[in-house]
Write a protein that binds this ligand. Structure first.
Ligand code: ATP
Ligand code: MG
Length: 421
C-alpha cells in the first residue's frame, strides 16, 4: 500500500530541526517580555466573513489563497486563518480588551494560504504577530520597528533592512487612487492580466506586483507621497526622527503598499537579500480603521508579523543552528533484578533534574552501549543484577576518557552535575 504523505506545502518539523524552532521561540518570548507584550491565543478557524471584511475582497489572500469550506453541520462558511491580525482584533472586540485602555499583545502559530509552494513559501507557515491595540501613532509604530531591530540582533542576524512608507489617511488614499487609475489607464496595453483586473477594484495592489515586466510601469507611477495630508506627513516625519534617535536605519520606499487592505499611515517591511525571491521576513503597519471595519468601536492600532520559516532559514544560513540537547545519562540494564532497579535509578536521577534516557527494548550490554553512545549522552549508567543487589550504579563517561566506577545514585547525580560538566 502506498504510504500517506503530508499535504503539499505543509511541513513536518523533525526532531533534528526542532531545537532551532525552540531556540527561536525562547529568544522571541524573552524579547517580547522585555517590551511588556502579553500572549493572546486565538483559534485557527474563523468565520470567512472576518477575513473578507478585514483583509479586503480584492486581495491575493481573499481572492485565491484562503482555505475556505462549508461546515457540513450548519452550512456556515469557515476559513483557516491566513494571518493573525483580523482574529486578534476580533478577539479584542469580543472580549472588550481595550476597556481599561490600550494593550500590547502577541501571538504565534500556523497560518494557512493556498499559494504555490516554493523556497520560503508554504501553505502552512508560521508567524509571530505583535499588535499594539488602542495606540495612535507614531510612537508605538517606532517602538515596533525598534523592537524588530533588537530581535535581529538577539538572533545574531545582520543584513535585514527596514523599508518604510506612509499610506496616509483614507481621504488621501482616495485622492491618490484616482490619480493612479488615470495613470494606469494611460498604460493599459502594458499591464499584465492581474493588474488589469485590479485597475478599478484595487489599483494600489498593482504597485505590489511581483511581475518583473510590470516594474518600469510601477516605477514611473505617481507617488502617494504627493497626496498625503498635513497630519500624515507630520506623523511620518516624527516616526523618522524617532527611528533616527534610536539609531535604527531605514529607507523610504514610496512604492511599499502591503498586500492587505486595512493599512493606513506607516507601513514597513524588513527584507534581506540572502533568501532569494522570498526576502521579506517581517512586515507591518498601522490599521486605525480595522476595529470599525469588523464591527467594533473605532480604535487606533498597529502591528507586525514575521515569517518564522524565513527567519529560521536566515539563522541557518548564518550558521547559527543550535544542536539538539543530548541526555545527561543513558541507562543500560540487564537481568531481572538489574532491570527492575534500573527504572528506580532513572527516576531517582530525574528527581535530581537530570535528563535521563532509559534503554527500552532489551539486547546485549554491547548493543545497548552502542545506543548509549549514539544518544550523545555524557554518561552511561550500567546496571546488572550485581549493581541491583549492592544498590549501586556503574557509571562510565562516554564523551571523555575516564574510568568506570561504582557509585550510589546520589553520587552519580553529583558526578554528572559537577562544575565544568
Ligand atoms: P509575500 O509578499 O512574501 O507573499 P505577504 O505580504 O503576503 O508576503 P504578510 O501577509 O505581510 O505577507 O505576512 C507577514 C510575513 O509572513 C511575510 O513577510 C513573510 O515573512 C511571511 N509569509 C507570508 N506568506 C508566507 C508563506 N506563504 N510562506 C511562508 N511565509 C510567509
Ligand atoms: Mg503573499
Amino acid at each position: 500500500m502506498k504510504a500517506i504523505q503530508a499535504v503539499r506545502g505543509m511541513n513536518d518539523v523533525l526532531p533534528d530541526h526542532a531545537p532551532l524552532w525552540e531556540h527561536f521561540e525562547q529568544t522571541v518570548r524573552d524579547w517580547l517580555g522585555r517590551y511588556g507584550y502579553r500572549n493572546i491565543r486565538m483559534p485557527v478557524l474563523e468565520k470567512t466573513e472576518l477575513f473578507v471584511r478585514s483583509i479586503g475582497e480584492v486581495t491575493d489572500i481573499v481572492e485565491k489563497e484562503m482555505y475556505t469550506f462549508i461546515d457540513q453541520l450548519n452550512g456556515e462558511s469557515l476559513t483557516l486563518r491566513p494571518e493573525g491580525t483580523a482574529s486578534c482584533v476580533r478577539a479584542a472586540i469580543q472580549h472588550n480588551l481595550l476597556y481599561n485602555g490600550p494593550c500590547r499583545v502577541f501571538y504565534w502559530g500556523p497560518m494557512f494560504r493556498h499559494e504555490r509552494p516554493q523556497k520560503g513559501r508554504f501553505r502552512q507557515f508560521h508567524q509571530v504577530g505583535v499588535e499594539a491595540l488602542g495606540f495612535g501613532g507614531p510612537e508605538v509604530d517606532a517602538e515596533h520597528m525598534i523592537m524588530g531591530a533588537r530581535l535581529w540582533k538577539d538572533l545574531g542576524l545582520d543584513d535585514i533592512r527596514l523599508e518604510i512608507n506612509s499610506l496616509g489617511s483614507s481621504d488621501s488614499r482616495a485622492r491618490y487612487r484616482s490619480r493612479l487609475i488615470a495613470y494606469l489607464e494611460s498604460r493599459i496595453d502594458e499591464l499584465d492580466e492581474d493588474s488589469r483586473r485590479r485597475l478599478h477594484t484595487n489599483p494600489l495592489r498593482v504597485l505590489d506586483s511581483k511581475n518583473p515586466a510590470m516594474q518600469s510601469i510601477v516605477e514611473q507611477a505617481p507617488r502617494l507621497e504627493d497626496d498625503l495630508d498635513e497630519a500624515s506627513l507630520a506623523s511620518f516625519d516624527r516616526l523618522q526622527s524617532l527611528l533616527r534617535a534610536a539609531g535604527v536605519g531605514f529607507t523610504i520606499n514610496p512604492r511599499l503598499v502591503r498586500g492587505l487592505d486595512y493599512y493606513n499611515d506607516a507601513v514597513y517591511e524588513w527584507t534581506t537579500t540572502r533568501l532569494g525571491a522570498q526576502g521579506t521576513v517581517c512586515a507591518g503597519g498601522r490599521y486605525d480603521g480595522l476595529f470599525a471595519q469588523i464591527g467594533g468601536k473605532p480604535s487606533a492600532a498597529c502591528g507586525f508579523a514575521m515569517g518564522i520559516e524565513r527567519l529560521l532559514a536566515l539563522i541557518e544560513e548564518s550558521g547559527g543552528t543550535p544542536r539538539a540537547q543530548a541526555p545527561d545519562v543513558y541507562v543500560v540494564h540487564a537481568g531481572e533484578a538489574g532491570s527492575r532497579y534500573a527504572w528506580k535509578v532513572a527516576e531517582a536521577l530525574r528527581d535530581h533534574r537530570l535528563a535521563v534516557v532509559l534503554h527500552c527494548g532489551g539486547g546485549s550490554f554491547k548493543s545497548q552501549m552502542k545506543r548509549a553512545d549514539g544518544s550523545g549522552a555524557r554518561y552511561a549508567a550500567i546496571i546488572g543484577d550485581d549493581e541491583a543487589h549492592g544498590e549501586v550504579v556503574s557509571v562510565k563517561p562516554l564523551r571523555e576518557t575516564g574510568e568506570q566506577q561504582k557509585l550510589a545514585v546520589d553520587e552519580v547525580a553529583e558526578l554528572v552535575r559537577a562544575p565544568g560538566q
